[in-house]
Design a protein around this ligand. Structure first.
Ligand code: XMP
Length: 516
């Protein structure tokens, strides 16, 4: 086990993720609780995270001194390196005092000496790309340490005390912009700390089940299903932990993809035998969306109505103390602003934001530390069918935001058919898993066409497909022309109401993935 001491860096969870990828279990403890966590966990190693604070600042966080005397290997990252240097008798000075600026972004370091952290990876004299983000720096290192790598802006890019097995990196090995970072962390947890590296998602499942049982006791839990992967995985996991103390509520807004509402129902009732309330609220949603053309107004209406319907059902069920949600780590980061200023709302994504406050219930969020691909892995581990687990992300407001302008039942039906044909073609071509998201959009534009001897005057359908790792940025998927022509032909021939198909070539930024 590895103890990660959190000093408040935005990317602490990425450290945990890299440790998981190395097959080792870790727990994150805020620096204020690190001593207690250490005594409870008896970890084989400790990683000290970065921080928005600076070591020279008054009141900035410190690690419990006992951690340095416990005889356990330590890796200090960025602030972690500085705080370790400072607490062990070195000196850290603000960038502005040393007359040199900090380093932010991509940097290169040169390895000056071998050390256990670099085993089988980096050799003396080599240069490697890393990601730096620091203003302050270590100006005098603590007794026992030596320099093993330097960079232009940081003479102490990596320091090591091989005897005590203490290491410090000025850069961030946990981010993807440090290409070898995952391997360095794996070296630390496996070679230096001697962890076996055999931890798996199966063990995550066991640990979480125990935690859920402890948190919930014999209370009742309700869980809102969206039809997506996250809420489904959370529900199945919680059901495994507490059985029929869990009730799921699936609010069906009638804006799902083809066949998906039925799939959710049969998966939960048929496959897992999990108590499920299926509320078909299509009429309510469609009526409320009548004449609503503004994208934000659509999102707000759908979010609010979802909560209203869910709350009604929860009251009918009665007596639940906990609300379960499939919150993932990226949702957690996005909901906290580290920028200091108000961030601009591009789209109000939070589908059911406000639900927990309104329901006044405690939350059960077993996926809070996972990333999307890890949730998929956990879903497979729990036996969810591949077609469900591997599904492209789908926005909470559903097809409503893929129909620019006013939404109605007919348009939703037309779009659903076109979308299903497009996805079927993508699956048949074996491209589904290479694409982050692919979908059709129904434009509120009619154009003239000719079919047989007749003039047609119908809607335009736009196709979109992007690659991405997190939805924050995206590239257009470069289909070949033949493939797109095949999709266009099938859609125009098979879907009444569409007579023209176009392909969206816009990356994100400047476009967004969804059209609204
Ligand atoms: P955009 O369109 O902002 O989308 O580039 C980025 C990712 O977020 C999804 N998305 C949403 N997901 N509720 C959601 O749960 C929403 O309101 C919402 N809007 C966009 C989008 O599908 C893409 O994966």
């Amino acid at each position: 086990t590895i103890l990660i001491v959190d000093f408040g860096s935005q990317v602490t969870q990425l450290i945990a993720r890299r440790v998981r990828e190395a097959g080792v279990y870790s727990e994150i403890a805020p620096f204020t609780m690190a001593e207690e966590a250490f005594k409870r966990m008896k970890p084989a190693g400790i990683i000290l995270s970065g921080s928005p604070a600076g070591v020279p600042e008054d009141g900035s966080p410190r690690a419990p001194q006992m951690l340095f005397e416990a005889g356990v290997p330590i890796l200090g990252i960025c602030y972690g390196q500085q705080v370790m240097s400072h607490q062990l008798g070195g000196e850290v000075r603000p960038g502005h005092e040393t007359g040199e600026g900090g380093e932010f972004g991509r940097a290169f370091l040169t390895v000056t000496k071998r050390c256990a952290l670099f085993d089988g990876l980096w050799e003396e004299g080599e240069r490697h790309q890393v990601w730096m983000s620091h203003g302050d720096k270590v100006t005098k290192f603590a007794p026992g340490f030596e320099i093993v790598a330097i960079s232009d802006g940081a003479p102490f890019a990596v320091i090591a005390d091989e005897e005590r097995r203490f290491y410090g990196t000025q850069f961030h090995p946990e981010v993807v912009h440090t290409p070898d970072g995952g391997k360095l962390i794996a070296n630390f947890v496996r070679h230096v700390c001697g962890c076996a590296g055999d931890w798996t998602m199966a063990q995550f499942r066991e640990t979480k089940i125990a935690e859920i049982r402890e948190q919930v006791g014999d209370a009742k839990v309700i869980c809102g299903l969206s039809g997506g992967v996250d809420s489904a995985v959370a529900a199945v996991l919680i059901h495994e932990a507490i059985g029929d103390q869990l009730t799921c509520v699936f609010v069906d807004h009638g804006l799902m993809r083809m066949g998906e509402a039925d799939q959710v129902v049969s998966l939960f009732r048929g496959h897992y035998n999990i108590p499920l309330v299926h509320v078909d609220a299509t009429t309510l949603f469609m009526k409320g969306l009548e004449g609503v053309t503004d994208p934000e107004a659509k999102r707000k209406f759908i979010g609010k109505t979802f909560i209203d319907v869910f709350e009604d059902e929860a009251n009918k069920i009665g007596g639940a103390d906990f609300l379960a949600q499939g919150t993932l780590y990226p949702d957690v980061i996005e909901s906290v602003s580290f920028t200091g200023g108000p961030s601009v709302t591009i789209k109000s994504h939070h589908n059911v934001g406000g639900l927990p406050e309104r329901m006044n219930m405690d939350l059960v969020e077993p996926l809070r530390e996972l990333f999307k691909d890890e949730v998929r892995e956990l879903g497979r581990e729990l036996g969810l069918p591949d077609i469900f687990v591997g599904r492209h992300p789908f926005p909470g407001p559903g097809l409503a935001i893929r129909i620019p302008g006013a939404v109605d039942r007919d348009k939703a039906d037309i779009l659903r058919k076109a979308d299903a044909i497009y996805l079927e073609e993508i699956r048949n071509a074996g491209l589904y898993d290479a694409i982050w998201q692919a979908f059709a959009v129904l434009l509120p534009v009619k154009t003239v066409g000719v079919m047989g001897d007749y003039r047609t005057y119908d809607y335009v359908c736009a196709l979109r497909a992007v690659t991405s790792t997190d939805g924050m940025t995206a590239d257009v998927y470069p289909f070949d022309g033949k493939f797109l022509a095949q999709c266009a032909t099938r859609i125009v021939n098979e879907v009444k109401g569409i007579n023209r198909v176009v392909y969206d070539y816009t990356s994100k930024p400047p476009g967004t993935i969804e059209w609204e």
